[in-house]
Write a protein that binds this ligand. Structure first.
Ligand code: UDP
Ligand code: MG
Length: 332
């Protein structure tokens, strides 16, 4: 018998050297997409031209349909699927964070289960990573799957965000990107609760490269992102990344003070020269309304920050894990 093979079989020796990429997939009521996703992802993995192993970590974000059963069934037949079950629905940002906390690969790629982040793209991302990049952003050339309102709102949001935040976010890059383990460890240190992961990915820095792809429409199921939730995410991104909105009010306040002083002087002198002018309802009402409105706006804005400070102070965990299954590949 060949003693070499007995000591360490060749496939295990190769596997020991191979680097592993973990696909982190948050899922919430996605029974219609799981099987299709697994099929497409496996196909993409089997076509990889890069020498890596790939495992999948599903983060089940409190699904109430058959999602969990489907994943468990798939995990029973394969050695590359892990599952993290959260105790309820915590939202995509928390689910993704849970995934980043539990992923064990040398690199992590968050992607959506609806195939809007096409698994074929990961080959090129991995190639760039193996040649040295720490982050590989996947940038969408087109958003054929999204309506004009979503695209217009998104464009406006990125304009505002990038004008204020110290670290700009690229407009056409979602959560779909490759993160080296070093980057993941850096992100794990960021414990904030009102969270927009995209903003954090931009914040940590590191050598970044970009690959391009066409974003298709959802393969199955429906989106859970209402405009209301997207607005909340946009506000979280802005208020957790910059204090410029607070400073704007200092400037507006200063400008108003100067204008008010000049106007008071004008009124004072006019009264001295022309005597008391009784009619003046309109100007008084306008002044009260304008200043009242601005005060409320400024208070609301301060409230946004205070609310977030409160959330941070309570120090609740971002998510609660109910159970988990770790695949052979991930547990190695
Ligand atoms: N998702 C989640 N928790 C939620 C909402 C969504 O884990 O509360 C997952 C969802 O299953 C999908 C991904 O996040 O895999 C992206 O969601 P979706 O496709 O609805 O967002 P969109 O692509 O429309 O922005
Ligand atoms: Mg989607």
């Amino acid at each position: 018998m060949n003693s070499h093979l007995e000591v360490i079989p060749l496939d295990r020796r190769t596997a020991a050297r191979l680097r592993r990429v973990t696909l982190v997939v948050p899922v919430y009521d996605e029974e219609a997409s799981i099987d299709l996703f697994l099929e497409k992802a496996s196909e993409a993995v089997s076509c990889l031209t890069q020498p890596v192993t790939v495992d999948i970590l599903f983060v089940n974000d409190g699904s109430r349909d058959k999602t969990e059963r489907l994943i468990v069934a798939a995990a029973a037949t394969r050695r590359d699927i892990s599952v993290l079950n959260l105790s309820r629905n915590f939202g995509k940002e928390a689910a993704l964070t849970a995934g980043l906390h539990h992923a064990t690969g040398d690199a992590v790629i968050p992607l959506d289960v609806d195939l809007q982040d096409p698994p074929e793209v990961i080959d090129e991302m991995i190639r760039r990573w193996l040649s040295g990049a720490k982050i590989v952003n996947a940038s969408r050339n087109s958003r054929s799957g999204d309506g004009w309102l979503k695209v217009t709102a998104a464009t406006a949001f990125y304009r505002v965000f990038n004008a204020m935040a110290d670290r700009p976010m690229p407009q056409d890059v979602g959560d779909f990107r490759l993160l080296d383990r070093e980057v993941v460890l850096a992100i794990r240190q960021l414990g904030e609760r009102s969270r927009c992961n995209k903003a954090l990915f931009a914040w940590v820095g590191f050598e970044t490269e970009t690959v391009h792809y066409d974003r298709p429409a959802r393969a199955a199921g429906v989106t859970r992102w209402s405009y209301w939730k997207l607005t909340k995410l946009a506000l979280d991104a802005i208020f957790s990344s910059t204090t410029v909105p607070l400073r704007i009010w200092t400037y507006i306040g200063g400008l108003m003070a100067v204008v008010s002083l000049l106007y008071s002087l004008f009124l004072f002198i006019r009264t001295l020269v022309f005597g008391i002018d009784i009619p003046g309802y309109a100007s008084t009402a306008i002044l009260i309304l304008v200043f009242g409105g601005m005060n409320m706006l400024a208070l609301g804005l301060i409230g946004e920050y205070v609310g977030r400070i409160y959330t941070e102070v309570r120090q609740r965990p971002l998510y609660v894990v109910r159970s988990q299954h770790i695949s052979d590949l991930a547990g190695r």
